[in-house]
Ligand binder design. Sequence first.
Ligand SMILES: CC(C)(COP(=O)(O)OP(=O)(O)OC[C@H]1O[C@@H](n2cnc3c(N)ncnc32)[C@H](O)[C@@H]1OP(=O)(O)O)[C@@H](O)C(=O)NCCC(=O)NCCS
Length: 182
Amino acid sequence: MNGNGNTRKSPVTIREMTVEDIATVFELGEKLFTSKEVPNLYRSWDDYEVIGLFYDDAEHCFVAEMHDRIVGFVLGTTITKKRSAWKYGYLVWMGIDPIVQRMGVGERLFEWFRDTMLEKGVRMMLVDTEADNTPAIRFFKGLGFGNDEKHIYMTLNLSEKMKKKRKKDAAGSVVGRRRGTT
Ligand SMILES: CC(C)(COP(=O)(O)OP(=O)(O)OC[C@H]1O[C@@H](n2cnc3c(N)ncnc32)[C@H](O)[C@@H]1OP(=O)(O)O)[C@@H](O)C(=O)NCCC(=O)NCCS
């Protein structure tokens, strides 16, 4: 699929992502989803994330191009639940190059993604982002998303337990060696 259009005077093309785009999409995401900016993100941006979504769901991954350069991407998937006849469309990652933000590229890309979801029989779309990501929240609300539900993500640091375990394992292997079992 491919769609051309003018985004506030700048021509933008939306097309399906290809394997050749993986590196560019990953690099653009690195600019946008750095661990410094989103330290509490429960899922992190890495090459496995991009490759995994692309290989599992290539038909739900799109890029936006301006002047033959990738300036945005959306990576998604569909979800079906056991006791529900509904199909859900999950927008997992979306990013627009800061150079072209607020030019309507995100809106065009989202509309393309939403129309694809509609074609696939999706009844409800889901998106999640950090509570303090005001630009994204405004963006998604402007596109009609609502019913915000807050989730709390907690962390448990296992460093101390890990140290103890390593000591215990090391002591065990010494005993094992003494007994001649290793
Ligand atoms: C959120 C994001 C995708 C928006 O893309 P964009 O191309 O800049 O968005 P658009 O130009 O289509 O904006 C559409 C509307 O969204 C809202 N919006 C977008 N960016 C905004 C911002 N920084 N502050 C406030 N509202 C904003 C506005 O209502 C805007 O309309 P307007 O420009 O006429 O006021 C982009 O800022 C981005 O890539 N952010 C970093 C990654 C991210 O947070 N992704 C989302 C979670 S996965």
